[in-house]
Design a protein around this ligand. Structure first.
Ligand code: UT7
Length: 346
């Protein structure tokens, strides 16, 4: 007799669990946001803006800012330790650390190496992954490749950002949008669980300049002029980004559902990248989702880039919005452009 747990619920061969072999589950999640809160009222005193404008255009009410001297690796390490505790693993169990970030502590060494030292995971290999706001989903896909191929047993995927370090606090177009924080997930094989069913990723390098930090890399190394011209801060064409985000997130989510032969109604919780309430609503509407299926916490943290869905996933799990066996859809979009979607059986 077929064991119901291993019966093929989904037939599409691109859905990972149909492969005979090892599956990959998220066995623990954790998040960390810094204590300091920057409200819309605070921003009214910094630039020409209003709580009313920010709330109606973005849904954001407040965001968190890292403390003086608190780096991306500090926030990443705190989130990682919480995820490890939830998964019941110690530092010696970690085989690989992947940190998704656009705000590394420095150009090198990687933030993942700094996290390795901070959490004492001396056995682990470590590297950073850069896919802007899509980094956490890209990280899940990369991490699961190591698990399903049996290369590693325990992979830590972290999305962590200190965006306050690259936000132009004189530019009202962007400074109201972003915040700092970190989220982490432990990936392992869990017997009798399907785990990550599929992950879709995409990119469009032709749109790179729409959302970028122009200087500071090898193309335009820092000079006094680049600092004067404020080229080390985030530049974004908001409307172009908005339009592309809605289209790409919708398409990625559809593809992920199709691969698993699932209807949107079967998904318990949809966790979209938390950039703008209007983008989240538009994607939910296009997918035909009900309001209570879509997880939103953008009002508390703003856009935390690679940390965004990782923080939201932790909150959804800790508040009981996601329970064991539920189907979860993650969907993201960011600079690059990059995008992605993942279906998980929790
Ligand atoms: O993480 C990667 C993904 N990132 C995103 O998804 C962000 C996508 N884009 C957006 O979320 C939106 O485009 C924004 C929230 C950035 C802007 O909303 P919008 O409805 O596209 O506004 P807009 O850019 O058309 O600006 C409308 C007006 C402009 O004034 P004029 O030119 O019409 O007189 C802006 O100067 O609003 C003005 N404005 C502001 N006013 C008050 C822009 N920022 C502000 C502000 N406060 N903070």
């Amino acid at each position: 007799m077929t064991d119901p747990a291993s019966a093929p619920r989904f037939r599409n061969p691109r859905a990972r669990h149909n492969f005979i072999g090892r599956t990959c589950s998220i066995t623990g999640v954790g998040a960390y946001v810094p204590e300091r809160v920057l409200t819309n009222a605070d921003l009214e005193r910094m630039v020409d803006t209003s709580d009313e404008w920010i709330t109606t255009r973005t849904g954001i009410k407040e965001r968190r800012l890292a403390a003086e001297g608190e780096a991306t690796s500090d926030m990443a390490a705190r989130a990682a330790l919480r995820a490890m505790e939830a998964a019941g693993v110690g530092p010696a169990d970690i085989d690989l650390i992947i940190v998704a970030t656009v705000t590394p502590d420095m150009l090198f060494p990687s933030t993942a190496c700094l996290v390795q030292e901070k959490i004492g995971a001396r056995r682990a290999a470590a590297f950073d992954l850069e896919a802007a706001c899509s980094g956490f989903i890209y990280g899940l896909e990369v991490g699961q490749q190591f698990i399903t191929s049996r290369t590693y047993d325990t992979v830590l995927v972290i999305g962590a950002e200190k965006l306050s370090a690259i936000v132009d606090w004189q530019d009202r177009n962007t400074c109201v949008l972003f915040g700092d924080g970190a989220g982490a997930a432990v990936l392992q094989n869990r017997e009798g669980s399907h785990g990550l069913l599929t992950v879709c990723m995409g990119a469009d390098g032709a749109k790179g300049s729409v959302l970028c930090v122009p200087a500071g890399g090898s193309a335009r190394p820092p000079t006094p002029q680049s600092v004067d011209q404020r080229l080390h801060y985030i530049r974004m064409d908001g409307k172009e980004t908005f339009k592309n985000a809605v289209q790409a997130m919708h398409a990625a989510a559809r593809e992920a559902l199709q691969r698993c032969e699932l209807e949107i109604a079967q998904i318990r919780c949809i966790i979209p990248h938390q950039a703008n309430r209007r983008i989240i609503d538009a994607v939910g509407d296009r997918l035909g989702a009900t309001e209570d299926q879509v997880f939103v916490n953008v009002e508390k943290y703003g856009n935390t880039s690679a940390a965004s869905v990782a923080i939201a996933l932790d909150e959804a799990v800790s508040t009981g919005r996601i329970r064991r066996g539920d189907l979860v859809l993650l969907v993201v979009f960011g600079g690059g452009f990059t995008w992605g979607a993942a279906v998980i059986e929790w």
